[in-house]
Design a binder for this molecule. Structure first.
Ligand SMILES: NC(=O)c1ccc[n+]([C@@H]2O[C@H](COP(=O)([O-])OP(=O)(O)OC[C@H]3O[C@@H](n4cnc5c(N)ncnc54)[C@H](OP(=O)(O)O)[C@@H]3O)[C@@H](O)[C@H]2O)c1
Length: 228
């Protein structure tokens, strides 16, 4: 049995990952923010009390991460999944930028995954575990100026995670960056092509296969390596 810590676990891909790990009898620590609507997650956790523990952690809040880390002090973590993310502000083109929204997107999508990874590194080391971060192909595609806060935050997290992979390789901890596909969630919208459960099933396969030989790679849900 593995233990997985998943951020942004109350809905979308995060919740699908919680269910996928639980269904194969791995234990999940599902992290949500205090303000999250956790109705569906709580019902699932209640039905699976041995497998799911819900904790509160806003990944944009360093103090909150510290509290969660102290709560989980003695818990080895096999798989740490940085899933929480935001699409950024309404105005995010190069000539019409909401700068506070840009900073928020960088905070949640790029800085937070690194902070969370470092906070729980002792737990991951204790389990000889792995670190996975959900990024997006949008971070590396074309020269388009739409969704620029989102794009640049995902490009930034790729680079931060690649650096982390380099530093952690000698310590035996693999780090993977994944694009989950275009997924029907609040972020992906109704027109998306993949169901959250299908994306989660593919991501589990990639995570299971992850080792030091593939550390630092950026992979799409279908296993295709994305060059950037
Ligand atoms: N859906 C897609 O097509 C797609 C494509 C490429 C990449 N991705 C990436 O995949 C990941 C999951 O996306 P999704 O589609 O499942 O998005 P989603 O449905 O919008 O869910 C986002 C999750 O992140 C949480 N979150 C946001 N800010 C947070 C914070 N400060 N602290 C803790 N949790 C926070 C949300 O919690 P609340 O409920 O409290 O807001 C929610 O649980 C994201 O990193 C996203 O960028 C998604």
């Amino acid at each position: 049995m593995a233990v997985a810590l998943i951020t942004g676990a109350n809905r979308g891909i995060g919740l699908a990952l919680v269910k996928a790990y639980t269904n194969r009898r791995d234990r999940v620590i599902a992290a949500v923010r205090r303000t999250s609507d956790r109705t569906e997650l709580d019902a699932f956790a209640e039905a699976n009390p041995k497998w799911v523990e819900v904790i509160e952690m806003d990944v944009a809040d360093a103090a909150d991460i510290g509290r969660a880390r102290r709560k989980l002090e003695a818990e080895p973590i096999d798989v740490l999944v940085n899933n929480a993310g935001i699409s950024g502000p309404d105005r995010q083109s190069a000539t019409d930028m909401d700068y506070d929204g840009l900073a928020e997107a960088l905070g949640v999508n790029a800085i937070a995954p690194l902070r969370v990874a470092n906070a729980f590194l002792p737990n991951v080391k204790a389990a000889k575990g792995k670190i996975i971060t959900l990024s997006s192909q949008m971070g590396i595609q074309g020269a388009s100026s739409d969704s620029l806060a989102y794009r640049v935050s995902k490009q930034a997290v790729n680079r931060l995670m690649r650096g982390l992979a380099t530093e952690l390789k000698p310590q035996g901890i693999p780090v993977l960056i994944v694009h989950p596909g275009w997924v029907k969630t609040e972020m992906g919208g109704e027109g998306a092509t993949l169901k959250p459960e299908d994306s989660a099933a593919q991501l589990l396969k990639l995570i299971d296969k992850l080792d030091l030989a593939s550390t630092g790679k950026f992979l799409a849900w279908n296993g295709k390596e994305l060059a950037w």
